[in-house]
Write a protein that binds this ligand. Structure first.
Ligand SMILES: *Cc1c(COP(=O)(O)O)cnc(C)c1O
Length: 355
């Protein structure tokens, strides 16, 4: 088993358009400058003013009492599960959820919780599906305690939960006595795409977090928000997991810079994604999922090629995309991809999609 990521092969040509993920953005000169000049202190001691400023901004942005700075989104998800659940409890999420498929089995490994995956189009489920998943309360049955949603739903095609559907699920969860959690890795993409304030999207969530390393372009950092009591409990886990920082303000400064400069421009990424999807849809053999935000998923089966084959061929020509299944490919727009990059990617993929 190979656990460490591979080193880039020296023989590959340089990357010309990187649509692999919005995590591949490099901090801009302005962001690096903000990091250079950050005022810092010992976070574990409560003394980092830049982290305090970021947490205050984030609590206001997401409409919660309190916030906590963490290195990554995965740590936000897992600390939330640890705080909401006891070992043996069950979390209800969509079957495509990041917590199920992309966090190394952490709900089982760390919290000792199982996750029940619900079906539903585009990474979403509705209140009826939730009610149907409710188990009896008996000693031989796992105790369900938490409902988790992803906004946007990554493997759901970067889809945006409509507000009424989202609130239907979150209200039903609360009526059933469950806590609610939002994986908001790309919450600002959802907010910008729908024209709805992030705090309105997060209103029904007891915990919610935003990633700064996706479309917002920071090198690390995510902020988890909730009630003051929730964040206080969550601090116990931040400390235990080794997520309590020292002069983390250097990184929080990048996140503050992202809040000031990189949110409204997410609309450009969404426009680029639409153009990319429309260009790719003209290529024989490719079937596109209509993008709602910055993630463009397409099926390669009609080309006779696996998604991996197509991605390898595109990489040989300097275009990086990712794959999410045998025939499912993903191309992701972000602040390091412009309209010319989109045009080049379409041209290259057209060439390599034909055997
Ligand atoms: C990227 C991502 C995460 C994990 O965030 P990291 O910062 O990479 O740990 C969690 N959920 C979703 C939906 C994501 O896309």
């Amino acid at each position: 088993m190979l656990y460490a990521p591979p080193r880039p092969a020296a023989s590959l040509p340089p990357v010309r358009v990187n649509l692999y993920s919005d995590t591949q953005t490099k901090p801009s000169p302005g962001m690096r400058d903000a990091m250079l000049h950050a005022e810092v202190g010992d976070e574990q001691h409560g003394d980092d003013p830049t982290i305090h400023a970021l947490c205050d901004r984030m609590a206001a942005l997401l409409g919660k009492e309190a916030a906590m700075f963490l290195p990554s989104g995965t740590m936000c998800n897992q600390i939330s599960l640890l705080t909401h659940c006891q070992p043996g409890d069950e979390v209800i999420a969509h079957e495509s959820a990041h917590i199920i498929s992309n966090e190394g089995g952490a709900p089982g490994a760390l919290t000792g919780a199982s996750v029940l995956g619900l079906r539903g189009a585009r990474g979403q489920f509705d209140a009826d599906a939730l009610r149907q998943a409710v188990r009896e309360k008996r000693r031989n049955i796992p105790t369900q305690v938490l409902v988790a949603v992803e906004q946007t739903a990554n493997l759901g095609g970067g889809s945006v939960w409509p507000l009424d559907k989202l609130n239907g699920v979150l209200d039903a969860a609360h009526q059933l006595g469950f806590a609610t959690h939002m994986d908001g890795a790309r919450l600002m993409n959802a907010s910008v795409a729908a024209g709805i304030a992030a705090k309105d999207m997060a209103a029904g969530c007891d915990s919610v977090w935003l990633d700064f390393t996706k479309g917002l372009g920071a090198p690390l950092g995510a902020v988890l928000c909730g009630s003051a009591a929730f964040i206080d409990d969550a601090w116990r886990w931040k400390q235990r997991m080794g997520g309590a920082l020292r002069q983390g303000g250097v990184c929080a400064a990048a996140c503050l810079y992202a809040l000031d400069h990189n949110i409204e421009r997410l609309a450009d990424d969404h426009a680029n994604a639409k153009n990319l999807a429309h260009g790719l849809a003209q290529i024989r053999g490719l079937v596109l999922e209509e993008p709602e935000t910055n993630l463009v998923f397409f099926d390669t089966a009609g080309t006779g090629m696996d998604a991996d084959d197509l991605a390898d061929r595109a990489r040989e020509e300097g275009v990086m995309i990712s794959t999410m299944g045998r025939y499912r490919a993903r191309a992701c727009t972000h602040l390091d991809v412009d309209a010319a990059g989109v045009a080049l990617a379409i041209e290259v993929i057209r060439r390599v999609a034909v055997r």
